[in-house]
Write a protein of this length. Structure first.
Length: 150
């Protein structure tokens, strides 16, 4: 999936629509298209991120991530790893209060119930997985996860 292709198609559409007007309208459309290029790319990446979250919430296991390599985003399925064992010397001794929007709280509860664990356990597992150093595997160590701007 190449964002540049989508941006170029939108730019061409805008120029074609503006062509029904006079020359100054066409020139204005061209300038607007150029100004919108980075914004459109960013919005497409945001839409992909939202799609990945929605798809992930519907999976029984694993998650969908948006990875950007060479400027082109891709949706990648990541299988759940075995839940990391809690180190014996780190029993649940720390307490933290977290204020969440109701919609996020509902999504967390749904994700935890899919895995058959409490929200607390699910959050601890996700945090442990997120904070553990990842071992490089093949060529994927050069990939970035998340959003990028060009």
């Amino acid at each position: 999936m190449q964002i540049e292709g989508y941006v170029q198609a939108l730019r061409e559409d805008l120029v074609r629509i503006a062509a029904v007007g006079d020359e100054s309208t066409a020139r204005a459309a061209e300038l607007i298209a150029v100004a919108l290029e980075s914004s459109v790319g960013r919005r497409l990446q945001e839409a992909l991120g939202e799609a990945a979250l929605e798809l992930s919430s519907q999976l029984d296991s694993g998650r969908i991530e948006v990875r950007v390599a060479g400027g082109d985003p891709e949706l990648v399925y990541i299988a759940d790893e075995e839940a990391p064992a809690e180190p014996a010397d780190e029993a649940f001794t720390a307490r933290i209060t977290l204020r969440l929007p109701e919609s996020l709280k509902n999504r967390l509860e749904a994700a935890a119930s899919v895995h058959g664990v409490s929200v607390n356990t699910w959050l601890v597992q996700v945090l442990i997985r997120t904070l553990e150093p990842r071992s490089p595997s093949g060529g994927s160590s050069r990939r970035l996860t998340g959003y990028g701007r060009s």
